[in-house]
Ligand binder design. Structure first.
Ligand SMILES: O=P(O)(O)OC[C@@]1(O)O[C@H](CO)[C@@H](O)[C@@H]1O
Length: 307
């Protein structure tokens, strides 16, 4: 089973508008509301491909109850830890591209974290892969993902980490199997400069592999054995929110297969899933027929020797 962790779960609200103009009033053409946060999106994509998933994380208050109900309606299994605070909302305004507003989320107490770690260790026993993704809510120490990575590895699970700032930097030292920053997160963690050099600096900090999601420029996978770059078939317009989560879903599925990872195949699959996510109006969905079509179009990347 693949366990996805969303410590800062959210009710994701998506507004579709005809154009976004700062400092003006807008008519919203369509509203979507659903359970979100990065790990929830990863699980939703995986569930749509019939992978066995379990969602965990922290939820509280009315928004937390709505998150749990929405997942249950969607048939996605979840076992969350409860907190006193109220889960956040995020708002994405889509107008050809996307503008995202992420609330900080509720404060989590030391006792709530202690209880969650007990639940997490229990769930890890049945997990072959653990996906740790998204921002940390206030109150959690920046080494929260490092702690969870150690717990998961102790239980024999493989770990994919998609985080930012200190949570990413400290998480790397716990040696996840894949770190998946986007280009901005990579630059914040490894400093500016050419992407491959920055990815190699990140690799030196502990993970077994680094995959950088670069939006329209595609994906770069870097391991000690080589590197692979893959591009989307063409420039796409839509809602890129959640495209990185589709990449994480594809990589988690590849990690779930026993044996060594087929990097060219996994990266081509991740690029197809990410492109199919852009074409879907709401984060956490991929357009299944677009995904199949992109899989045919995207060539498996050839390896570049390690530098
Ligand atoms: O604040 P975080 O956890 O970094 O990001 C949260 C979030 O914006 O990311 C997803 C898209 O990746 C949205 O569905 C979600 O609510």
């Amino acid at each position: 089973m693949i366990l996805t962790v969303t410590l800062n779960a959210a009710l994701d609200v998506t507004y579709e508008v005809d154009g976004l103009v700062p400092n003006s009033s807008h008519r919203v053409r369509a509203v979507h509301q659903r359970a979100g946060g990065k790990g929830v999106n990863v699980a939703r994509v995986l569930a749509s491909l019939d992978a066995e998933v379990l969602v965990t994380g922290l939820i509280g208050g009315g928004a937390g109850a709505e998150i749990a109900e929405d997942l249950s309606r969607a048939g996605i299994p979840a076992r969350f830890g409860a907190i006193e605070g109220t889960s956040r909302r995020t708002v994405t305004v889509v107008s050809g591209d996307a503008t995202v507003f992420n609330e900080p989320g509720p404060a989590v107490t030391a006792e709530e974290w202690r209880r969650f770690r007990g639940l997490f260790r229990e769930l890890c026993r049945d997990a072959r892969v653990v996906v740790l993704s998204g921002s940390l809510p206030p109150g959690l120490a920046p080494d929260a993902y490092a702690e969870l990575t150690e717990d998961a590895r102790t239980e024999g699970a493989r770990v994919l980490l998609d985080a930012d700032h200190e949570a990413l930097r400290l998480g790397l030292a716990a040696r996840p199997d894949i770190a998946k920053p986007n280009a901005a997160e990579l630059a914040r963690a490894a400093g500016p400069g050419p992407v491959e050099e920055a990815a190699r600096r990140l690799l030196a900090a502990g993970p077994a592999a680094v995959v950088v999601s670069r939006g329209p420029d595609g994906l770069l996978g870097v391991t000690p054995d080589g590197s692979w770059a893959v591009r989307p078939p063409r420039r796409l317009s839509g809602n890129p929110t959640g495209a990185g989560d589709a990449v994480a879903a594809a990589l988690a599925r590849a990690l779930h297969s026993p044996g060594p990872l087929d990097w060219p195949g996994a990266l081509a699959d991740a690029a197809a899933m990410s492109a199919a996510a852009v074409l879907s109006p709401v984060a956490g969905d991929i357009d299944p027929s677009a995904y199949r079509a992109f899989l045919q179009e995207i060539a498996c990347p050839s390896p570049q020797p390690p530098r």
